[in-house]
Unconditional design. Sequence first.
Length: 556
Amino acid sequence: MNRRHFIKLSSTVSVATLAGRITYATSPQTEALQAPDEVWAQRGGQWARLTATNGTTFRDKDLVVTIKPTGSVEGVYVQSPSQPLDAVRLKWSYTLKPTASFMGDQFERSYGDLAWKTKLDTTINPWYVLIYDDKLTRCFGVKTGANSICWWSLNEGSLMLTMDTRSGGNGVLLGERTLHAADLVTMSSRPNENPFQADHRFCGLMCDKPRLPKQPVYGINDWYFAYGKNDFELIKKTTGSMAELVTNYKNRPFSVIDAGWAAYSPLLPGDGGWNDDYSKPNRKFPDMQLMGDTIKQLGMRPGLWMRPLCARHDDKASLLAPKIPGRNNPKMPVLDPTIPENIDRIKRYFDVYKAWGFEMVKHDFTTYDMMGRWGFSMKDSITSPDWNFNDRSQTNAEIILGLYRSIRDAAGNGISIIGCNTMSHLSAGLFELCRTGDDTSGKEWARTLKMGVNTLAFRLPQHNKFYAVDGDCVGLTTDISWEKNKQWLKLLAESGSPLFISAQPEAMGTAQKSAVKEAFAQASRIQPIGEPLDWMITHQPKRWRLNGQLVDFDWA
């Protein structure tokens, strides 16, 4: 295909060319990005520029990158039959206007650091990037469910997309197969559409088929007052007392049992965050089926937390992922997710949860357990170099997707899934909810403010487009000022997103019970998505539009 014919520039987008050489072909919903000016590939840690054979095919010996336009989407396909492939990079000429600001996402959870930026540096923008020039918001992203780990970079005079195709910390061995690395999607804002509204609409274009809860999700979770020191009687007590505050009986809340219920590893006795067997409870929870039935009888829906990639303390070495930095504690062996036997084990857990009658499962730590890094440490690579899982023929994105799809398949339609520490863009369309930020707190208000308010503001555009955005709990305890916590409660309850409250019994006085009762009622019904109005100038927005009303918060 001749490059000139690949682009059909209409008068409606001619203004876009003023920002650089990126041009578009319009359609009713999206715009097609032109063929890149340069295509590079990384093998063995070395980058090499590929030669364009026409407007859509780029080659270096038997390494071939092909861009196939399908309507308004450009699919990127890669062949590398003889050599391991680390990554592919596409580059376009692009000049950022002096007044422009830009914002990207995070690979997994955010860590209180999402923001609009103006300074070009080494910052990468995972999955997508928005550029606002005081008039127009331009959006560049990849479709959810990509088979590579993708990020965008803005530099002087260029826009780049990197598609990481490693398997573990080594290049993937594709053999004779062609990798469909990613589908590119772009969009510009409509007249009078502000950046938040454009972001929300763009998220819908990146995810064709989100899997959403049938009703708004709300409820309770014990973590931020129990911190693993939970038991049958505590769950029964807190569920019963909080159920008294429910008024919408057509949409009952969840009572989620967090870490602390499963069989302990003899290497880490009493550690609720690392367990030996997630199909067996420990002595504090003698009968999980009775626990589930009790929660239902009290008026809530039972849910629980689990960590799927925990290996048993005596698992044979052939089932384990190799030790790497961040994943080298001999007391915490990790299952290799590319081994079918391990996937079968994880799927059997869900058969047990169904038999117990549980209706929600929150699974945690899979990104860290696979890659040995938290999202904030994923600067130019999501893991350390020079290692791989048992199956090196799949990219990390494909391995992660394989795990997620197995969990989805095992959960079926009877169990709603919350992904925590999951790759956000890969979980979209598979899980009903996503914990989109790092932990809030029942001990430190500053942590709730940093992690909770920030993630809610900057990831609410993904709400009901990727999944239901879970900004994490209200840690309602005696350690945190009620004057602060009641504002966080109000924001969550009126944002349209899920509301979970982690309420210490001793902290539930008359004022708290009244506020929670009202919050439950609000969160149980469909509401418009909340909008942070000052999100372009602060990390922790104070001014919001909630249910059509302007609300100012005092976070200080």
